[in-house]
Write a protein that binds this ligand. Structure first.
Ligand code: BG6
Length: 482
């Protein structure tokens, strides 16, 4: 849409950067923390790139003060981080761990000391292992009660200082990797029934948490973050357009509709019925989902790339996992579900070394789509470039990351001009982090961390990259100086 004059970003826009507990903290068994699903999963040979673990990660647990100070220097307005459930409840339920509570108290207070607003994610994939041992984790309805109990403790303990809450991070990603692709815990492959059942439990945990938070703090802002890859039809053949609809329904709206409308898309339910998949629900679930949908304040969006969709005949591509986890460009395979759709590469877009399509306009597209469909404010809770960064003369020159971020921010600004209400933009990530399946070599940070795949490697020294200094100017100019 051509808008003559840009109004730019709102004055109170929250420029941020993000992390997740398992990817940065380390200290995996310190100060009373229980093991999480990821602590256990990474120890299974062959599950992660070169066997990398988050045992030490980038040691944020011990170095958070240094990290927050680096955030303060560039004037970061918000720091998005996640709480590790098994630090608060080592067993997931039962006994509370005061030292775990204290760590996040200290981190929150440190942020506030520098006027950085803490934006807290409650679940970024690290389920307490004990709950999996007790009853299969998210597979059991009991997980809903235990999660909500954990959520309430966090709200009541930190809610006086934390205004922005993200309940779930990328429910679509952790459930599909966990129960369809077998690449995240619990490592199940093609377990369609359980995949949808688990999702229902996670939706209920999200919904009950939203209701609980609003009862305690009605001025808190709450939502969940969705990994949104908007789609383009490969051609204007009607069958490609319909496959795009199938993709959107089953891969995007299935989650966002529940968060924002409190109901599953009808086409998805019909499809599941045809596969004999019936989601077990309590009679009151629909009501709870609807009530929570009325209360969410934003849609969280983690945006990295768009997807291309083409019709896939019943005898066509049958491949759920095409991921390139090595960083060898050109090794991603085409994925597809026979009879529904396939996802060929988009020849109009450049790719990262991990074959992720680079598409800044897709971010604007995502915001426009959410605004039209749900009319909700949006928090861009992640956006960034995974790349091989190299130190030269003690410095990291990453103009490619600056180009990536600049072009995405430009498109975001256009989305603001087009009427999207964007509240915040968080670069993924603040420091380099452990990439779940891609080790430490796939770096996202504004700040370099000296370590690699080897356990106990590197000094863990923090070195701000060129992109860090660039982002400082972006923040100072409220997105004008790009
Ligand atoms: C998102 C996650 O999926 O993307 C992050 O919320 C993750 O935790 C990020 O690190 C980048 O993905 P990857 O696989 O490149 O690390």
């Amino acid at each position: 849409m051509y808008i003559k004059e840009s109004k730019g970003f709102p004055e109170d826009f929250l420029w941020g950067a993000a992390s997740a507990a398992y990817q940065v903290e380390g200290a995996y068994d310190e100060d009373g923390k229980g093991l999480s699903s990821w602590d256990a999963f990474v120890k299974i040979p062959g599950k992660t790139f070169k066997g990398t673990t988050g045992d030490v990660a980038v040691d944020h647990y011990h170095r958070y003060k240094e990290d927050v100070k680096l955030m303060a220097y560039i004037g970061l307005k918000t720091y998005r981080f996640s709480i590790s459930w098994s630090r608060i409840f080592p067993e997931g339920n039962g006994k509370l761990n005061e030292k775990g509570l204290q760590f996040y108290d200290d981190l929150i207070n440190e942020c506030i000391k520098y006027k950085i607003k803490p934006m807290v994610t409650l679940y970024h994939w690290d389920m307490p292992q004990s709950l999996i041992d007790q009853y299969g984790g998210w597979e059991s309805r009991q997980s809903v009660d235990d999660f909500v109990n954990y959520a309430k403790v966090c709200f009541s303990h930190y809610g006086d200082r934390v205004k922005h809450w993200i309940i779930m991070n990328e429910q679509n990603v952790f459930t599909s990797h966990g129960w369809m692709l077998g690449t995240h815990p619990p490592g199940k492959i093609n377990d369609l029934k359980m995949f949808y059942q688990v999702n229902h439990h996670v939706f209920m945990a999200h919904a009950y948490s939203v209701l609980a938070l609003k009862e305690m703090y009605d001025d808190a802002l709450v939502g969940s973050s969705f990994a949104f890859s908007p789609s383009y039809a490969l051609t204007n053949k009607p069958e490609d357009a319909l496959s795009k609809q199938d993709y959107d329904t089953l891969q995007s709206y299935y989650w966002m509709d529940v968060y924002a409308y409190g109901r599953y898309p009808r086409a998805a339910l019909s499809y599941l019925e045809s596969l004999n998949v019936k989601i077990e629900m309590e009679p009151w679930d629909e009501d709870i989902l609807k009530r929570s949908a009325l209360l969410i304040d934003f849609m969280g969006v983690n945006y990295y790339q768009t997807t291309t969709v083409a019709y896939n005949p019943p005898q066509g591509v049958n491949n759920l996992n095409g991921e390139n986890n090595s960083g060898k460009k050109g090794t991603k395979a085409v994925t597809g579900i026979p009879g529904l759709y396939m996802n060929p590469s988009n020849d109009f877009l450049d790719k990262t070394d991990w074959d992720w399509a680079i598409d800044p306009s897709g971010l604007r597209f995502a915001c426009r789509d959410i605004t039209s469909r749900y009319d909700l404010p949006i928090i861009i809770s992640e956006n960034g470039l995974g790349a091989f960064d190299k130190i030269e003369d003690g410095k990291i020159h990453d103009p490619y990351r600056v180009d990536y971020l600049r072009e995405h921010i430009k498109e975001l600004k256009k989305a603001c001009d087009e009427g999207c209400r964007i509240l915040s933009y968080c670069v993924w990530s603040f420091t380099d982090v452990l990439s779940w399946l891609n080790g430490y070599q796939k770096r996202y940070g504004l700040v370099y961390v000296d370590r690699d795949e080897e356990e106990n490697s590197g000094t863990l020294k923090r070195i701000p990259k060129y992109s860090y200094y660039w982002y400082k100017k972006v923040i100072e100019s409220n997105g004008e100086n790009l």
